[in-house]
Design a protein around this ligand. Structure first.
Ligand code: IFM
Length: 439
């Protein structure tokens, strides 16, 4: 029987928390929040299924913080919504938005939870799209101003802060694969946004530090890259996937350069002065967040743009996203960061969890045993890494609540807590109660 008794084996200074993001839970129709690229994308591409209401965390945040506290978690990872703070333009503040984040941070601190805000979790104000969104370096500069505003206004309410959540999703998934807002399929746009999102990170490190002595990190999503077989061409394809998905961002941040294998393809498309930006991008940070969910099986293919691979799913047990359980990938990336990038950098697992086809039993309970097993298997890998002395500091389950899962709308449920989207009632699942029992 799956359980989370493994939680008892962790050292007492290891932080357990839960994670969410603004657009996925807050509800953009409340409190004067402006439109983001996701409202526009949802209208154009998702039959209008958007985050206008989401979980109405805007109204229910006190109840949600209490649930975090009651489970025994010690930290809460959430994100600021840029369009909530600056709905119309870069200078006109929405005071309701400012008040909301003050109240949220107060509530987190009053409950002795450590706030882990992220500055950007994908809800770019819609006005930026006219100028190309992340294709345009100006967006990176505006982001640094926004970061400075946050530090100036809220900086005495938190210590740790992450600049960007999942740069691969913001750039490759959104500008090359077209699966996320703004939904472009253009290699040139993708390459520029892959650089500019990192520049936004680098510039914001300085603009945050100019206000407060924060502990600054960035959050990278990693997906394990496994060639479908050991043939030379499939190994090469898997290396290219890895260079674009994983190494592009980590190499730039920790080594101040891009991996040669992807740069060979991208160099002609890069912004002219990209090399001098790499100095800004690789400014020292205080911690790294890793989001980890699954692996991809990579098969070589010939493509006009030379992105010569296809991603397949294997036959291991799968989540409701069709993502395989592959916990070994998590320890692989932890070890890789530690050995190949920076052996001193404190690492947090900032997201890990699964979408499950949750069903209520006759008593109205959700017994999400597969989710418990998923957590248990990944925690096991983390524990092994801790035993080797890797400076792993914490783990955030994704997610506190069922929420808006981007292009999938509300169909995929990742929460430890079930949300009824009609009346916003919350109901704890068995996985929540397992954390509660052992924390
Ligand atoms: O829901 C997302 C989150 O916003 C970013 N990381 C992956 C999660 C699951 O897809």
């Amino acid at each position: 029987m799956s359980n989370l008794s493994i939680l008892q084996d962790f050292p007492s200074d290891f932080t357990f928390g839960v994670a969410t993001s603004s657009y996925q839970i807050e509800g953009n129709s409340y409190g004067g929040c402006g439109k983001s690229i996701w409202d526009d994308f949802a209208e154009r591409r998702l039959n209008g299924i958007d985050g206008q209401k989401a979980c109405n965390h805007y109204s229910f945040f006190k109840e949600d913080i209490k649930l975090i506290k009651d489970a025994g978690f010690k930290a809460y990872r959430f994100s600021f919504a840029w369009p909530r703070l600056f709905p119309e333009n870069d200078n006109q503040i929405n005071q309701d938005g400012v008040n909301f984040y003050h109240r949220l941070l107060d509530e987190i601190n009053l409950n002795d939870l450590e706030p882990f805000p992220t500055l950007y979790h994908w809800d770019l104000p819609i006005r930026f799209i006219k100028n190309g969104g992340w294709e345009n370096k100006d967006t990176s500069k505006r982001f640094a101003d926004y970061a400075n505003f946050i530090s100036k206004n809220f900086g005495d309410q938190f210590k740790s802060v992450a600049t960007i959540n999942e740069p691969w999703c913001i750039s490759w998934l959104s500008y090359y694969l077209g699966e996320h807002a703004p939904g472009k399929k253009d290699l040139n746009a993708a390459v520029n946004s892959m650089h500019n999102i990192l520049l936004a990170h680098g510039l914001s490190v300085d603009s945050l530090r100019s206000e407060h002595n924060h502990q600054i990190g960035i959050i990278l999503n990693n997906e394990f890259s496994e060639p479908i077989d050991q043939s030379e061409k499939n190994i090469q394809a898997a290396n290219l996937f890895d260079a674009i998905y994983n190494r592009w961002f980590a190499d730039a941040i920790f080594k101040g350069k891009y991996p040669q294998i992807s740069l060979n393809l991208f160099e002609p498309l890069m912004p002219q002065d990209y090399q001098s930006d790499l100095k800004t991008i690789s400014k020292p940070i205080d911690w790294l967040g890793i989001n980890y969910y699954t692996r991809s099986l990579i098969k070589s293919k010939i493509s006009k743009d030379k992105i010569n691979y296809d991603c397949l799913r294997g036959s291991l047990k799968k989540t409701d996203m069709d993502w395989e359980f592959y916990p070994k990938g998590l320890s692989y990336f932890i070890n890789r960061i530690h050995k190949e990038y920076d052996e001193k950098i404190p690492i947090y697992i900032t997201e890990n969890g699964m979408a499950n086809n949750d069903r209520m039993n006759s008593k109205g309970d959700i017994e999400d045993l597969d989710r418990i097993e998923y957590f248990q298997l990944h925690l096991q890998e983390i524990l092994e890494c801790l035993k080797k002395g890797i400076p792993l500091k914490g783990y955030f389950a994704w997610s506190l609540l069922d929420n808006y899962e981007w292009s999938y709308g509300y169909d995929k449920r990742f929460g430890l807590i079930h949300v009824d989207y009609e009346n916003f009632s919350r109901k704890t699942k068995l996985s929540y109660r397992e954390f509660q029992k052992y924390l």
